[in-house]
Design a protein. Structure first.
Length: 256
């Protein structure tokens, strides 16, 4: 039985990876048609492929621990809400869980920009050429921290593990979306949802953009708590990221 469970988990992860690659291909095509700025996607591709391969193994282990291990079991037993809430339709609970989880992400992301936790997040801000794939450059600790708010929210609203796995794929696609090199606007919905130009400001080295635009799915948190900076042409093309010293790469990937 254990081998069957492990085999099922491996197949699920392979399927998830295939779907994410398809989403990446879609954003790649969109970037070619309507780029926000001129970038060189091949400049750090070799480095990012190696980093993503290594960090993905660590993230896969983290994901299995969170979804199948004692962490999810403990959360389910201790944070699940009352019956009158978890008896609501699944779609409604998913919506509430994503809102709560996204607010938790916003708070966690702000905390990662404070001195005690900056080490876990700084690697992600080394990205110089920002496009859909580059957003995967992140430390293992960063990956763990940003997943916990969503996992806690999913457990609060009693979302089934199989559904959580699907949501995880969707959140991966969101990561591609916010980092994509796309010149796009959602009009008035920009004040609710994150767009690629809005998140691009977060990666800018310009003084006005430092420690701004923390949201993942919803931009409303930034507007509500005063951390929003509107995208501009100058910020779009401003300097981003930095070179990593070779002796720092391993520590950066781990996030310590």
């Amino acid at each position: 039985m254990h081998s069957l469970v492990d085999g099922s988990m491996v197949m699920s992860m392979l399927a998830s990876g295939s779907l994410l690659l398809a989403a990446g291909g879609f954003f790649h095509i969109l970037e070619n048609r309507n780029p926000l700025e001129e970038i060189d996607r091949k400049k750090h591709l070799k480095f990012d492929l190696i980093v993503v391969a290594v960090s993905s193994l660590m993230v896969a282990g983290i994901t299995i621990l969170l979804l199948e291990g004692i962490v999810r079991t403990w959360l389910t037993n201790n944070v699940e809400l009352i019956d009158s809430i978890i008896s609501q339709p699944l779609w409604f609970r998913i919506m509430l869980a994503l809102i709560v989880g996204d607010f938790g992400y916003y708070l966690a992301h702000r905390l990662m920009h404070t001195p005690p936790m900056w080490r876990t997040h700084v690697f992600h801000h080394s990205i110089q050429e920002i496009y859909w794939f580059s957003g995967l450059r992140t430390s293992a600790m960063n990956s763990l921290i940003i997943r916990l708010p969503y996992l806690i929210a999913m457990c609060m609203f009693a979302i089934p593990a199989s559904t959580v796995a699907v949501i995880a794929i969707c959140l991966g696609a969101v990561n591609f979306w916010v980092h994509s090199n796309l010149d796009i606007s959602l009009g008035p919905l920009n004040y609710i949802f994150i767009t690629p130009p809005f998140h691009r400001v977060h990666h800018s080295m310009a003084e006005i953009a430092i420690d701004r635009n923390f949201g993942n799915i919803l931009s409303c948190w930034d507007y509500l708590f005063g951390s929003a900076v509107e995208p501009t042409d100058d910020l779009n093309i401003s300097e981003k990221g930095f070179e990593i010293e070779s002796q720092q790469v391993v520590r950066q990937i781990i996030g310590f």
